[in-house]
Design a protein around this ligand. Structure first.
Ligand code: 2PG
Ligand code: MG
Length: 439
């Protein structure tokens, strides 16, 4: 039973306020912290900000905190919900309380904090780990799957100060034999990459961006990918380590239907959708890329569908889908992509995120779990990824506390499962469809 719900304002990894929620039950106090994006999709659930001039640059979350303290919390306590068995009912009840389709009234940041803390309360009441609780919620069966970490080792876009339009360059140790080994390889490549940047651009270029990846003064995606390829080869991992790219292209989409790769330093480099498709095809041919996320803007359906016809790799919709069943349905009917990015705060409750994942799986798609660029020390998505057996996750570089807290939690989960003698498979090259792994 929920005894009390409390909320407060804390800071995220960018030093911007975010919501913390505590749900108290007879089994203890269960806490959650809410993440926040920078390259947010316009169809995402609404994050409530105070917009008070001069206070945290208008980014305070006092109103969202009050909505938890004064509205959501008391209503949940009054109804006597049991998070052990009623997470879905709790989420639905709070959605109804909000009453809008995009959670604009109470705020997705308020609602998600409650939902995540209730999931933790549910797991504690059942006496099981959070990943086990979420696995049951999702009805997932079969062996446990440890995911391939997609490490964002080089940051551009709105996450860094360089002039590269593309936001994220990721490495993925698909050839490792365990999650822990994948992290070792990733960490080694990350440090070798620092050396490659140092050699090429000097020490001032080794600073990092919002997600812990380096942010050297590169402009073209090829310059970034060449640095990655050098670091991977220097480590001797060219066979085992592949690349993923998230250009986050809604950020450089222009009203006239074209894309501007020069948007960051206002030196226009305009590409038509056809030019941009060609650029991706060239990159796919030249580098070992296995995943492409948001290559086109959130409403540029036509280009998504055209590219998907021949795209040989995983094509992930982030801003396009916003973890929303309705957007996934639209994408399916237009054959726009073949994978859904899952960000819990895009939709605002844990059970809706699980529903979106289940729906994507039912279409034969893959699901890729993601952090936000504004993160916290909450490791919830680590458990969620194992619970849903999605086979891959991105949580930034193997650097900075708010990023590694998820990876470290995953190493804990992997050792815990192995110590308990449970079958626990590393997704490896099957990261898109881990159910194809043989035991
Ligand atoms: C993305 C994310 C996370 P943001 O575009 O995939 O890496 O960035 O949280 O800023 O939307
Ligand atoms: Mg993205």
């Amino acid at each position: 039973m929920i005894i009390a719900v409390r909320a407060s304002q804390r800071l995220d990894s960018r030093g911007i306020p975010t919501v913390q929620v505590e749900v108290e039950t007879e089994f203890g106090i269960h806490r959650a912290l809410v993440p926040s994006g920078a390259s947010t999709g316009k169809h995402e659930a609404v994050e409530l900000r105070d917009k008070v001039d001069g206070v945290y640059g208008g980014k305070g979350v006092g109103k969202a905190v009050r909505n938890v303290q004064e509205i959501i919390g008391p209503a949940l306590v009054k109804r006597g919900f049991n998070p052990q068995t009623q997470l879905r009912d709790i989420d639905r009840f709070v959605r109804d309380l909000d009453g809008t389709p995009n959670k604009a009234n109470l705020g997705a940041n308020a609602i998600l904090g409650v939902s995540m803390a209730c999931a933790r309360a549910g797991a504690a009441s059942s006496g099981i780990p959070l990943y086990e609780f979420l696995r049951k919620e999702a009805g997932i069966e079969g062996p446990y799957v440890m995911l391939v970490p997609f490490l964002n080792v080089l940051n551009g876009g709105v996450h860094s100060g360089n002039t590269m339009a593309f936001q994220e360059m990721m490495i993925a140790a698909v050839g490792a034999t365990s999650f822990e080994e994948a992290m070792r390889m990733g960490s080694e490549v990350y440090h070798r990459l620092k050396q490659a940047i140092l050699d090429r651009y000097g020490a001032p270029a080794t600073g990092i961006g919002d997600e812990g990846g380096f942010a050297p003064p590169v402009t073209l995606p090829e310059q970034a990918l060449d640095l990655l390829a050098t670091a991977v080869a220097d480590c001797g991992y060219s066979e085992q380590v592949k690349f993923g790219i998230d250009p986050a292209s809604s950020e450089f989409f222009r009203g006239d239907g074209s894309y501007d790769l020069g948007f960051k330093d206002k030196s226009p480099n305009i590409l038509s959708p056809a030019d941009l498709q060609q650029l991706y095809n060239r990159l796919l041919a030249e580098y070992p890329i296995v995943l492409l996320e948001d290559p086109f803007a959130e409403d540029d359906w036509h280009t998504w569908a055209a590219f998907n016809k021949t795209c040989p790799v995983e094509l992930v919709g982030d801003d396009l889908l916003v973890t929303n069943v309705e957007r996934v349905r639209m994408a399916d009917s237009r054959k726009a992509c073949n994978s859904m990015l899952l960000k819990v705060n895009q939709i605002g409750t844990v059970t809706e995120a699980i529903e979106a994942a289940s729906f994507a799986f039912s279409l034969g798609w893959s699901v890729f779990v993601s952090h936000r660029s504004g993160e916290t020390t909450d490791d919830f998505i680590a458990d969620l990824t194992v619970g849903l057996s999605t086979g891959h996750l991105k949580s930034g570089a193997p650097c900075r506390g708010e990023r590694v807290v998820k990876y470290n939690r995953l190493v804990d989960i992997e050792s815990e499962l192995k110590a308990a003698g449970k079958t626990c498979l590393y997704a490896g090259a099957h990261f898109r469809f881990p159910s194809e792994l043989s035991v």
